[in-house]
Design a protein. Structure first.
Length: 95
């Protein structure tokens, strides 16, 4: 399922225009990105959490050039699924 389909379904269920729903959808994700940049994490109860993690400097050997290449330290976003969401997706009722 892609963004366009999600927007269409939400608009139909709530009696809103697709343009309004798309604007809200975009605003939610831009706010999440701001939260990740400022605080380093975003938690959505019942869905999961997004965390920013630092990756250490890496050294890689490139066979074609036979040289060691240095990859600088960078950051990446990690997503962890909430237990409740995992149970619902698997079709298992939580105890």
């Amino acid at each position: 399922m892609d963004k366009r389909k999600i927007v269409k379904i939400v608009a139909k269920k709530n009696g809103m225009s697709q343009k309004d729903v798309a604007m809200i959808f975009d605003e939610i994700f831009s706010t999440m990105l701001e939260g990740l940049k400022e605080e380093g994490y975003v938690v959505l109860s019942g869905f999961g959490s997004f965390n920013v993690r630092k990756c250490a400097v890496r050294h890689r050997y490139v066979l074609s050039t036979q040289k060691v290449v240095l990859y600088p330290e960078n950051k990446k976003v990690i997503f962890r699924v909430a237990k409740q969401f995992k149970f619902k997706a698997d079709g298992v009722e939580e105890e």
